[in-house]
Write a protein that binds this ligand. Structure first.
Ligand code: 13P
Length: 254
């Protein structure tokens, strides 16, 4: 929670979801009432195959749709890849870049993530840049240094709060049911805010949404979202079902 920053609860469906899953998105839209929409933005990032249909299903609701990754180039000989322009054309408004699963499974470096964030901006999408330490890095006391390095390497100069969201996702908390303590989350989010101030300047860093991700569920959302400098959530498993996702968003019912 940061005074003056409108929070964002984002769902990352990862490699889950068939056409039938759009019923969950429709249910989310119907539960996203005006009172809740006054307090929070909602975003769902389905697999690329569903972006267009999800965007169509979300028309008329305040739920935004995003991609989970994009290529750095706008088009070309890159079999199997999807560009930011293609996502935008399909109705996406956001794209996640640098998720730890892409950094691990596809060897994406900070430089690659930075190029993808540039591509998002070029295509008019908001880039959701993910950072976070592994368990070994946390145990070695390197969390803040690792996150600082990822931010410095992954965020293009000149990004603004209108085209960038940062997500802190400790790798060891993803899909494990484990979460850092509130004090640990507060420490990392405060450090991210001051790192962003150095990278992007005080004005933009003061407006930027910094999401927490990693085992967020309805039962822990209110506590996590109340932490200073936590401006929303990036939700994996619990974003697949409307009941769970809206249970998390309900942390912002005032
Ligand atoms: P879980 O919520 O399943 O832990 O996943 C978090 C995540 O990786 C979202 O991008």
């Amino acid at each position: 929670m940061t005074p003056g920053i409108r929070p964002l609860v984002a769902g990352n469906w990862k490699m889950n979801g068939l056409k039938a899953s759009l019923a969950q998105l429709t249910a989310m839209a119907s539960q996203f009432d005006a009172a809740l929409a006054r307090n929070v933005d909602l975003l769902v990032c389905p697999p690329a195959t569903l972006v267009q249909a999800a965007a169509a299903a979300a028309v008329g609701s305040a739920i935004a749709v995003g991609g989970q990754d994009c290529h750095a180039n706008a088009s070309g000989a890159h079999t199997g890849d999807v560009s930011a322009e293609m996502l935008a054309d399909a109705g996406a408004r956001f794209v996640i870049v640098g998720h730890s699963e892409r950094r691990a499974d596809h060897g994406e470096t900070d430089a690659v993530v930075k190029a993808k964030a540039e591509a998002a901006r070029r295509a008019g999408l908001v880039a959701v840049v993910c950072v976070g330490e592994t368990r070994a890095e946390r145990e070695a006391g390197k969390t803040l240094a690792v996150v600082r390095g990822q931010l410095e390497g992954s965020i293009p100069a000149g990004m603004t709060a209108a085209d960038l969201v940062v997500a802190y996702e400790p790798v060891w908390a993803i899909g494990t049911g484990l979460t850092p303590t509130a004090a640990d989350v507060a420490e990392v989010h405060a450090a991210i805010r001051s790192d962003l101030e150095r990278i992007l300047g005080k004005t933009e860093s003061g407006k930027l949404r910094i999401l927490y991700g990693g085992s967020v569920k309805p039962s822990n959302a209110a506590e996590l979202m109340a932490i200073e400098n936590v401006d929303g959530a990036l939700v994996g498993g619990a974003s697949l079902k409307a009941e769970d996702f809206m249970g998390i968003a309900a942390a912002y019912r005032g």
